[in-house]
Design a protein around this ligand. Structure first.
Ligand code: MIG
Length: 644
């Protein structure tokens, strides 16, 4: 049962929640106090309580012991004490003797101190205008499912978006992309899509294509599509100040850009140099900007990634002027980046009223995603791929997200593991990290282990930064090992696709913590094993140099080992086991009494037959969701019952 209380007068409806909840006069679990123009919600924790949630945030599945700040930030240093990343997902679940969830819905900064410095409490510091929704259920899993049903069905991309994607900041020309296609084909490693990072554009101007680098993008995209490969260009939030560019000219003429304190257009430097930001808070601006994607869909493009939409800002005259006036660093605990200062000189029009960016900051990226998604949905007859860097709860209905600029380090692989179930609780089922790591140089061992984990995440993309070691699978020695892991993904696609869409239609999670299904003491504390769909448990190897790992089985399961040749199954009793996992192998578990469909694999999804499967595992029957991979008509009527 859900109860909702609104404090103050919210500036706007964040539209995070789509279903009405019951009104209540007071909160059941929180004390509220007013302090310096903020509201502080507090609740006492028992020693055994586990606190789940907060989506993309760092540290672990259990959020106890941390301080987290919801304020979307372009931050490449993903350490465990970094308070803010790209998304703000203000939903927590407290699970112990009592069990409840709470969503703090407000578009501005929220601070969560969760048993911070062993306080034995949760303190949530919010702006005065906030709507608080409490959910009461008997298990954390039930709370999560109720929340998912309130916030609405998540975005579902086409089947090809569940294939493997390759990306690198630094592919500049058609020739660079050709080399990737050839590299994968020659190494016989499956591939479905390739990202085009900022260099495909003409001087980083949105919705342009550099004619020298891609003389005929339309013809080229069609040619690749015939080979089963799709191109996924990046779109940045800032529109270059460039008279003569149609996006800029129209935006200026119609007054569609955000303004500054003097009433002119807010101006700040990002990749293209000086830019203006579309005012995504206005419906007409969303419609206009989203329609600009048509320039690329007309060329056969069916997928995009939205970047820099926190929004990231490199420089502005305003902040450099401010900086020259004040030299002392801010006393605030969080480092005030220059962008934070810009957010106080940057205005939106919300329902005709001028609103300071800082007060609605966390919705900016979400509304960019909405802008693209709503128009792409009108433009294209089929489903499309869309994922964003910045997000807020509710944006999951419009697109997926990736977890931003991580690094090529073992700790970042571990963080990816704990982020996935937390993101799922907040609606972001289509998500994943830069496999192999964005910053830094990825070793062969790390890439193989990371791929073996990403093989189970809906978004499986290898992406890395400019100037790092080449990170495409075929650039490493022993291509058979990469072939083995990536082809496993394609053999599992009938299961992954079926589970993803079934979860989406049922308001369920696709990736869950072990503790959402098993309540033994060990499962409650396990953070390096996850449940994937209704039938699978994974226990990824995330330690450098490890030849295997210890796995906790809360029940008897079927162990499945895949080494590139075939699936080897054996029954394993409940309890603790040590398993060897070679670098070319993936080991996963099928739950007691369950079975899963595995296919023949393919070089890409255009050659994949979702129906041509065999059932492995102890059970006799599996309910498989199948469709053509493109249709917008998603329905549980597409479920077929398979029997051994
Ligand atoms: O300032 O477009 O997170 O994935 O490769 C860096 C270049 C801008 C940040 C994204 C990253 C992308 C990069 N972008």
């Amino acid at each position: 049962m859900a109860q909702q209380v609104t404090f103050g007068t919210p500036i706007l409806d964040t539209e995070a929640i789509v279903k009405q909840v019951q009104q209540a006069d007071e909160l059941q679990h929180w004390q509220v106090e007013e302090s310096e123009n903020r509201l502080i919600f507090s609740c006492t924790l028992s020693p055994e309580d586990i606190v789940y949630g907060l989506g993309e945030q760092v540290r672990g599945i259990n959020k106890r012991g941390g301080r987290y700040v919801s304020f979307n930030t372009d931050n490449p240093h993903h350490t465990d004490d970094m308070p803010s990343l790209y998304g703000s997902h203000n939903f927590v679940i407290v699970a112990g003797k009592r069990c409840f969830g709470t969503f703090f819905d407000t578009p501005s900064k929220v601070i969560f101190e969760i048993d911070w410095q062993n306080s034995g409490k949760i303190l949530v510091t919010c702006p005065r205008d906030v709507t608080v929704t409490e959910l009461e259920q008997s298990t954390p899993y039930a709370v999560a499912k109720e929340f998912l049903s309130l916030i609405g069905q998540n975005f579902v991309p086409p089947l090809w978006a569940f294939g493997f994607g390759q990306s690198r900041w630094g592919y500049k020309t058609q020739r660079d992309i050709d080399k990737v296609v050839e590299g994968y084909a020659n190494a016989d490693i499956p591939l479905d899509w390739i990202c085009m990072d900022i260099d495909y554009m003409d001087r980083y101007i949105d919705f342009t294509v550099n004619k020298r680098r891609f003389p005929h993008l339309g013809t080229y995209a069609e040619k690749l599509k015939k080979q089963g490969i799709r191109l996924v260009p990046i779109i940045d939030a800032g529109v270059k100040v460039e008279a003569g560019d149609p996006t800029y000219d129209e935006g200026v003429q119609k007054g569609y850009f955000c303004t500054n304190h003097e009433g002119g257009f807010f101006k700040a430097a990002v990749w293209p140099g000086m830019t203006h930001f579309p005012d995504f808070f206005r419906p007409e601006v969303r419609e206009w900007f989203g329609n600009c994607y048509k320039k690329l869909t007309d060329l056969g493009i069916e997928g995009f990634w939205n970047d820099m939409n926190e929004p990231a800002i490199f420089y502005s005259e305003y902040t450099s002027m401010l900086n020259s006036l004040t030299s002392a660093p801010s006393a605030e605990c969080e480092k005030e980046t220059n962008a934070y200062k810009d957010y106080r000189n940057f205005y939106h029009l919300v329902n005709g009223k001028r609103v300071l960016h800082e007060d609605v900051h966390n919705l900016f990226g979400a509304l960019m995603t909405r802008s693209a998604s709503e128009q792409l949905n009108k433009i294209l007859p089929t489903r499309f791929l869309l994922f964003s860097r910045a997000s807020y709860i509710g944006a999951h209905r419009y697109g997926g997200i990736w977890t931003g600029d991580n690094g090529s380090a073992w700790d970042h692989l571990r963080r990816n593991v704990v982020q996935m179930p937390s993101l799922n609780m907040c609606g972001f089922l289509y998500s994943g990290a830069d496999t192999g790591g964005f910053g830094g140089n990825c070793s062969r061992e790390l890439l193989l282990r990371w791929l073996a984990f990403s093989a189970f995440t809906p978004l499986m993309r290898n992406h890395t930064a400019i100037l790092t070691r080449r990170q495409e699978c075929y650039r490493y020695s022993g291509k058979e090992d990469f072939q083995s892991i990536v082809s496993l993904r394609y053999k599992l696609l009938p299961y992954i696709y079926s589970e993803f869409i079934t979860a989406s239609l049922n308001g369920d999670m696709y990736i869950k913590p072990l503790s959402f299904e098993f309540t033994d003491e060990r499962s409650l504390r396990t953070e390096d094993q996850l449940l994937v769909g209704r039938c699978v448990m994974i226990a990824p190897v995330i330690e450098k140099g490890a030849k295997g790992r210890t796995v906790w089985l809360p029940e008897d399961m079927t162990e499945v080992r895949y080494d590139g040749q075939g699936f080897f199954c054996r029954q394993v009793p409940a309890g603790e086991h040590y398993v060897d996992v070679k670098l070319n192998e993936a080991v996963f578990y099928i739950r007691k009494g369950k079975c899963i469909p595995v296919g023949k694999g393919a070089r890409n999804t255009s050659e994949l037959d979702l129906r041509d499967v065999q059932l492995i595992g102890e059970g006799n029957c599996y309910e498989q969701y199948v469709d053509d991979g493109f249709t917008k008509e998603l329905s549980l009527d597409n479920v077929v019952k398979l029997v051994k």
